[in-house]
Design a protein around this ligand. Structure first.
Ligand code: GLU
Length: 309
């Protein structure tokens, strides 16, 4: 796949100097320290070939991309019990919005907005702070890399300023959506968001989603083909908060973004892709990351509506 190597290098070359670069998230003080100059991309093809460029090996805060892995962990433990407490509809609201919760009886719209992710993490936390170890083990296993860790400074920074997330947790507790003590559930949530990974590690961890739930590196079934399809469907419809429709329109691939500027995208049967650029759009999605995915998807003909993909 010689073309892919060239296309990835060309995209990284353009993105290195592209302007505007978006605005780095500053509501978590530790994230505000990261330069908007970064751009990294990693594409892992079906045969395992890795095409990387730019800052592909620099670790960044995966933030809401962790919500995908937490959902996998919660589903593997509790099965469809997850859907008793969280919906599967796009929210059309900001990632940290509280308004829908009151109108909808404390049941978050989907597992990828903050409220939904906190409700999912509560199933893993089960009243203790240990759940973060299980999420980390899952990610390390998928990436084949035990060096992946939580960035303690980011976790602390989030906990110290996470008043909205505390409000969401307490509000859901009042509705009975979450079981455990709010403090320990939030502690696990803040730590999962603060996991640091590079584009290469993230793309490796996402490969099972491109291959019907099977990790092609180990041959291990991570989730059933049906669950892989459902996870991809959620990423396509809910992976970019209130810009999910726009992302599907522009790129046409299932993907999950985070306010650290990372995006994991899946070209089914073809590739697992991770991009990182910390400058965000007003909706909290990586500006250049999205632009890079649009260019890559177009150049390769990778989109879920292409009958030949
Ligand atoms: N840790 C972030 C928060 O809870 C995650 C948000 C995101 O990445 O969208 O605000």
């Amino acid at each position: 796949m010689a073309d892919l190597a060239r296309i990835v290098a060309e995209i990284a070359g353009r993105m290195a100097h592209a302007k505007p670069r978006g605005t780095v998230a500053d509501y978590i003080p530790e994230l505000a320290k990261v330069s908007a100059d970064h751009f990294g991309i990693a594409v892992i093809a079906a045969d395992g070939t890795e095409h990387v460029a730019g800052d592909a090996d620099t670790a960044f805060s995966i933030q809401s991309v962790s919500k995908l892995f937490a959902l996998v962990e919660a589903l593997s433990r509790g099965g469809d019990r997850v859907w008793d407490r969280v919906g599967r509809e796009p929210s059309g609201s900001a990632f940290n919005s509280i308004v829908q919760l009151e109108a909808e009886g404390g049941r978050p719209r989907n597992p990828f907005i903050n409220a939904g992710a906190i409700a999912v993490t509560d199933l893993i936390a089960q009243g203790t702070r240990e759940g973060i170890g299980d999420i980390l083990r899952l990610i390390r296993g998928l990436a084949g890399d035990d060096s992946i860790a939580v960035d303690g400074a980011v976790a602390y920074s989030e906990a110290a300023t996470g008043f909205r997330n505390a409000a969401l947790g307490n509000y859901m507790k009042a509705f009975g959506t979450i079981d455990g003590p709010v403090a320990s559930t939030l502690d696990v949530y803040f730590h999962q968001c603060a996991i640091a990974m590079s584009c290469r590690q993230l793309a490796r961890a996402g490969r099972f989603l491109a291959h019907g739930g099977v990790d092609p590196r180990s041959g291990r079934s991570v989730v059933s083909p049906e669950r892989a399809r459902r996870l991809n469907a959620l990423m396509l419809t809910c992976g970019h908060y209130d810009a999910s429709g726009e992302f599907a329109f522009q790129v046409g691939l299932p993907a999950k973004s985070g306010v650290g500027g990372g995006i994991l995208a899946i070209a089914p049967g073809r590739a697992s892709i991770a991009v990182w650029s910390p400058g965000l759009s007003p909706q909290g999605n990586s500006l250049l990351g999205t632009a890079a995915l649009e260019e890559l998807a177009q150049a390769m003909g990778w989109n879920v509506f292409n009958p030949d993909i």
